[in-house]
Design a protein around this ligand. Sequence first.
Ligand code: IPM
Ligand code: MN
Length: 359
Amino acid sequence: MELKITLLPGDGIGPEVIAQAVKCLQAVEETFNHQFTYTTALIGAAAIYKTGDPLPDSTIELCKNSDAVLFGAIGAPEFDNNPDAKIRPEDGLFRLRNELGVFANIRPVAVFPTLIKKSPLKEAVLRGTDFVIYRELTSGIYCGEKFLSPDGSYATDLSKYTESEISRITHLAFKAARKRRKKLTLIDKSNVLETSRLWRRVVKRIAESYPDVELECIYLHNAIMQMILNPSRFDVILAANLFGDIISDQASVIGGSIGLLPSASIGTDKAMFEPIHGSYPQAQGKDIANPIAAILSAAMLLQHYGLEEESRAVVSAVNKSFKKNIVTPDINPKSKYGTNNVGDFIASNIVDTDDSLNM
Ligand code: IPM
Ligand code: MN
């Protein structure tokens, strides 16, 4: 298969972890005889420094003309520490998501058996944890109108959703549930928010077309407790943009490190793959960042294009790195292995096929 892949390494540890994902994709090309081409483009703070724009037109153009986008991370302390900055790295990512129309962000959360002791949760609580979050990605409070009064004393963010924005991701989530354990949990705040009430109404109506899937609707504040007390009760989780962002960060620590979780952002046409972690500037250039989330994002890319065996081969190699304890210091503080060692080990072990990402 031929695939045109745009690489957007972005900021902080982004370039380091994307380099490891590319090593793995190249190993897949060799082992399975595919031809992937890679073009790198600017986004985020890196793009602001060079062009003044967090998402230059050339980047949009390139992404639109490729099959898939592999994205690293975005954000830099200089902007985080300055609420008055007019141009922000993150705006590049929001605009790109909208330009590509990738409205569903899919975040699988599975606990790797070899890492069970790394989790802050007890083993008995963790057992059987395997769920996937469907986060709406191109609307909601992230994308509504923002306002700051001229004297700086008053601000608003508009949270808005339309029925069709809710419906398109809801269908994807129900279809995913059908292929899994047939349970869908809508997480909302419908006791307070009008947008949440719209979500509940639309999701309940759509549920009638999926009678084989059990639907439960729970409040966000309850859901985050349940995720710690009884994470195995979840199968497919559906949530609005901001809620999905927050619960997926909580979900990521269940597995032992935020550096492990990948995601796929899909729409009707284009697809983008990105780790759920941020740019972690404190680790930049130190060769300590965990490349697994980026590598598993590449595995999701392969799966999205029907390369199931290839995707499983990547996941198997990742599992092997855990079994052999070839891991970065976030997993084992005494580890002598860095980002590059882990990437090299995984890339050179892309052969077997016994495990899969369950999405
Ligand atoms: C994510 C990130 C982004 C988001 C940030 C970097 C703007 O946290 O992809 O989850 O909030 O969407
Ligand atoms: Mn996030």
